[in-house]
Design a protein around this ligand. Structure first.
Ligand code: PEP
Ligand code: MN
Length: 379
């Protein structure tokens, strides 16, 4: 897999006078000039912290028959918002024609929707249309939880010369019961940020929650996780909205929501750094111990693999494993570890252990000797 191929500047170097946390707000869709201007004016009045006004001109609907947006005719309304309020503007593009129209109408930034990101042909066509135009591009995660598709889309824009790139976390469609419209699965944006620490990452609580009641908790969690900003859907009259009516809030409610959030510093201040450093050193040592133990654990697995092969015993021993799992879950509980966490951790270990034994049987690998107990005995 290609890594670190995304070269993106931090917000403060975008030359647009923006910084963290970047707040983007506006209606799901631009429906009429009146609705766009009224919403923008409401945002300025109630939530002056908002720097970027969003509105979809082209709406990708999952099924046909819904409101598919006004199209390019809505773009001059966004330009008017910018002239009247000073907010920058952003809209969704899904084709080279959209890009051309957005650029012709002076739109400041573009976002790629969750239904476009997973299609490499569409993404490449948009990226090609942007060659030579270094406009900021925000890439939403794909509808399904696939980190590689998200990274791939970001890489295509980076390769096309876009230096002001950001990722938007809007949650993932999932089949289990969930209070969310799109499950946040925070591990995905966390993995993205771990792979590309400099990439600006913003959260879209409206599409994650699908319900105004959930917005504050999701937005706060994003700030707690060091996200660089938020995108929220706001409508001057949410119940009459032609798309995503259930999740949009009025500008006054946006104002309340933003003032209720507790900002987090992205790094500890100098006088706190020593203490943080001590905690980190402890964690680094424990992590090193965990990896060393895993090495020892897998070496024992390889030796058991050899033993089973010599004596013609099957690799998978589900009853024994069930017993180990229960014992570890019980022990974990006493240490404040959740059953689900211990299960997931132990399952991962078990799967690797089986892979090890298979490799031993196939002659691809041998145990490193008596390393397991020897390593443990050094303690
Ligand atoms: C939107 O932002 O209105 C939108 C269509 O979002 P997504 O692509 O995340 O569904
Ligand atoms: Mn929407």
């Amino acid at each position: 897999m290609a890594t670190n191929t995304i070269a993106s500047l931090p917000f403060q170097d975008w030359g647009l006078g923006i910084d963290r946390p970047l707040l983007i707000a506006g209606p799901c869709s631009a429906e009429s000039r009146q609705q766009v201007l009224e919403t923008a004016e409401g945002i300025v009045r109630h939530a002056p912290q908002v720097r970027v006004f969003r509105a979809g001109a082209w709406k990708p609907r999952t099924r046909p028959g819904g409101f598919e947006g006004i199209g390019a005719e809505a773009l001059p309304w966004l330009r008017e918002v910018k002239e009247r309020t000073g907010m920058l503007t952003i809209t969704e593009v899904a084709t080279p024609q959209h890009v051309e129209a957005a650029l012709a109408n002076g739109i400041d930034m573009l976002w790629i929707g969750a239904r476009t990101t997973p299609n490499p042909f569409s993404v490449q066509a948009i990226a090609d249309a942007l060659k030579g135009v270094d406009i900021p591009v925000f890439v939403k995660n794909p509808v399904s939880p696939d980190l590689q598709l998200w990274i791939g889309a970001l890489e295509r824009f980076s390769a096309a010369g876009i230096t002001r790139l950001a990722a938007i976390h809007r949650g993932f469609h999932w089949f289990s019961d969930s209070p969310y419209r799109n499950d946040p699965m925070w591990e995905f944006p966390i993995r993205l940020k771990a792979a590309f620490p400099k990439l600006e990452l913003i959260c879209d609580p409206s599409h994650i929650g699908g319900d105004p009641k959930l917005l504050a908790d999701i937005a706060q969690q994003a700030l707690n996780l060091n996200f660089s900003g938020l995108m929220l859907e706001v409508h001057c009259d949410p119940i009459s909205a032609r798309s995503d009516a259930k999740q949009q809030v009025e500008p006054a409610r946006l104002g309340e929501l933003l003032t209720s959030l507790v900002p987090r510093k992205s790094a500890a201040e100098p006088h706190l750094r020593n203490e943080l450093h001590e905690h980190r050193a402890a964690i680094e040592k424990l992590d090193a111990d965990i990896v060393r133990l895993l090495g020892a654990r897998m070496d024992v697995a390889a030796r058991i693999g050899l033993f089973k092969q010599e004596h013609n015993v099957a690799i998978l021993q589900p009853e024994w494993w069930m017993k180990v799992m229960l014992e570890q879950q019980r022990a974990g509980q006493e240490l404040g570890l959740s059953e689900a966490f211990v299960k997931a951790f132990m399952d991962t270990i078990h799967e690797e252990s089986i892979r090890r034994q298979n490799r031993v049987w196939e002659g691809q690998e041998l145990p490193v000797g008596n390393q397991g107990p020897a390593v443990l005995a050094k303690e």
